[in-house]
Design a protein around this ligand. Structure first.
Ligand SMILES: C[S@@+](CC[C@H](N)C(=O)[O-])C[C@H]1O[C@@H](n2cnc3c(N)ncnc32)[C@H](O)[C@@H]1O
Length: 280
């Protein structure tokens, strides 16, 4: 089959590149999205001066997990995010799941919390989590908090680390929280330094089983609006890897349209007042 698509990439040329991307990142693009990936692949062919889709495919294939694969993936990710995204779920975390976990820990005199925002994009999600911890944990200063935030897109991680945001990113932030945790300068909202320094950002490909193993004893994993872009096989692999990272009783929060149900029977579904979650 050779379906001609704009910008000179044919269906047959796109499929192998699309499949390499899926294998490397979990990101899967069906034919309806070919228009989107085609433009980006064409740009990368130009940037690498590889001249043809076939040469570009070879560069990706022979390069293994090379820089070019990272560049291509970075150009294909959807980074949509904002502070306090999907508030009912965040309230479920802060008002129900967090006290559940923290009370159990207090009883053991364990004041360590491990939290991971997997697929953190430009940082709005992990910064929101840290703000929630500060707002809801009455004995906040007693806790040793490890908040990790990872993404496959190295460019978006640089933005996350800068902690500077446009008005759109803070549209759902209340004036009180905005005033308390942000400053406004040169038309941008700056997250406070102490919050910025409390989140550990790092590159991590969720398809890399070995790298994921460095995350263990997690009390909470947020992997929201990431797996919707994956195929079933990759989704299953990531959910299983995350399961292994969680401590018994630990929670995973997915995007509100996503569910573990069809993917893994190992999690326990927890009906919190304002949303659903899954617990190990
Ligand atoms: C739509 S954003 C979600 C951001 C945030 N979690 C939220 O819900 O607002 C999805 C993020 O997942 C990242 N991502 C996609 N594939 C990934 C992978 N294999 N490993 C790690 N991150 C990945 C993308 O780079 C992107 O920043």
């Amino acid at each position: 089959m050779s379906l001609e698509i704009a910008q000179d990439l044919t269906f047959d040329e796109l499929v192998p590149i699309r499949d390499l991307v899926a294998e490397a990142s979990g990101l899967f693009f069906d034919e309806k999205k070919f228009y989107f990936i085609e433009k980006r692949i064409a740009k990368r062919i130009k940037a690498t001066n590889t001249q043809s889709p076939r040469n570009y495919f070879r560069l990706l294939k022979l390069g293994g997990n090379s820089n070019e694969m990272n560049e291509l993936i970075s150009s294909l990710t959807t980074n949509e995010t904002y502070f306090f995204r999907y508030l009912p779920q965040l309230e479920s975390f802060a008002e129900e799941a967090l006290p559940m976990v923290c009370n159990a820990k207090r009883a053991k005199n364990d004041y360590t919390l491990n939290i991971w925002s997997a697929g953190c994009s430009s940082g709005e999600e992990p910064y929101t989590i840290y703000i929630l911890l500060k707002e809801y944990l009455k004995d906040f200063s007693k806790w040793s908090i490890n908040l990790f935030a990872t993404d496959i897109d190295h460019r978006i991680l640089e933005k996350a680390k800068r902690g500077l945001y446009e008005k759109r990113a803070v549209k759902d932030v209340s004036p009180k929280i905005l005033d308390k945790y942000f400053s406004y300068n040169e038309s941008r909202f700056h997250i406070n330094e102490d919050i910025k320094n409390s989140v550990h950002f790092d590159y991590l490909n969720l398809m890399n089983r070995k790298a994921i193993r460095s995350f263990s004893d997690m009390d909470f994993v947020f992997c929201r609006n990431v797996l919707i872009y994956f195929d079933d096989k990759a989704r299953k692999q990531v959910i299983n890897s995350i399961y292994d990272c969680l401590t018994p009783g630990g929670f995973i929060f997915l995007g509100h349209s996503e569910s573990v149900g069809k993917i893994s029977a190992t999690f326990k579904l927890v009906k919190l007042k304002k949303s659903l979650s899954y617990q190990k």
